[in-house]
Ligand binder design. Structure first.
Ligand SMILES: [Zn+2]
Ligand SMILES: [Zn+2]
Length: 244
């Protein structure tokens, strides 16, 4: 325990003593929590355009909401991601997940913050891990990002608001229906009073199919949340996967 503490203090001191490094490749850069020109060129920042609900591109139209969202409004009223999922954004997500790198969480929060709709009744809630996964890893990477966003935007974060009560296998390769079935009933709201009437902003590291976030949203809305939004670091943006 003490050795661990000394080691993390040493790492913390090093982070401050050394020149800032590119979050993507480690090259020395001029500014903390930023990227070198090569990584910058590679990263696709997704911005805030497209469908105002799901952000699917709406090139060449004047519509603000895509046909899919109009026909069947999703439970998540606004989905945003800072960057497209690629080698650079994946490397950050992996280092955060397995390294508890607060510096990485800060970098992610820097680019995610402009996408957060920070209103008075907003509450940041990280997508939770199941407790066995939490024990293995020791922390929830999305909770680290939510904490940094909360500091940056001065809005509340509640990493305990949602609980994952079912351990689910990876959803990769499953059909949409199977995915929905797998994550159904996987979450529970710990204290309904804490989220009642609030705009809950789910925080996630990587958004792939959205089934997990949808299951979270269903649970939150049933428990009384007024609105659910989602902001993630990276998003897999294959058009086929954006379409439901
Ligand atoms: Zn770089
Ligand atoms: Zn849409």
């Amino acid at each position: 325990m003490i050795r661990h503490l000394v080691r993390s203090c040493a790492r913390w001191a090093l982070d401050f003593a050394l020149p800032p490094r590119c979050a993507g490749c480690g090259t020395i850069v001029g500014e903390v929590h930023s990227f070198c020109p090569d990584c910058w060129k590679q990263i696709e920042f997704l911005g805030d355009g497209g469908c105002s609900v799901c952000r699917v591109p709406l090139h060449g139209t004047e519509e603000r909401i895509c046909a899919v969202c109009l026909a069947r409004p999703p439970r998540i009223s606004r989905t945003r991601a800072a960057v497209a999922y690629d080698d650079v954004s994946r490397s950050l997500a992996i280092r955060l997940k397995y390294g508890r790198k607060v510096a990485i969480a800060r970098t992610m929060a820097r680019y995610m913050a402009p996408l957060v709709n920070a209103s008075g009744d907003a509450l940041l809630v990280p997508v939770p891990l199941h407790r066995t996964r939490l024990w293995q890893r020791g922390f929830n990477q999305s909770a680290l990002v939510a904490r940094e966003l909360s500091r940056r935007l001065r809005i509340g974060a509640d990493p305990r608001a949602l609980k994952r009560i079912k351990r689910t296998p990876p959803l990769k390769g499953m059909r949409p229906r199977q995915r929905r079935k797998t994550v159904a009933g996987a979450f529970r709201v710990r204290d309904k009073a804490a989220i009642a009437g609030k705009t809950v902003i789910l925080i996630d590291d990587v958004l792939t199919t959205g089934s997990t976030a949808e299951a979270c949203a269903r649970t939150l809305k049933r428990a009384g949340a007024a609105r659910v939004e989602l902001v993630s670091w990276a998003r897999v943006v294959k058009p086929s996967q954006l379409m439901r």
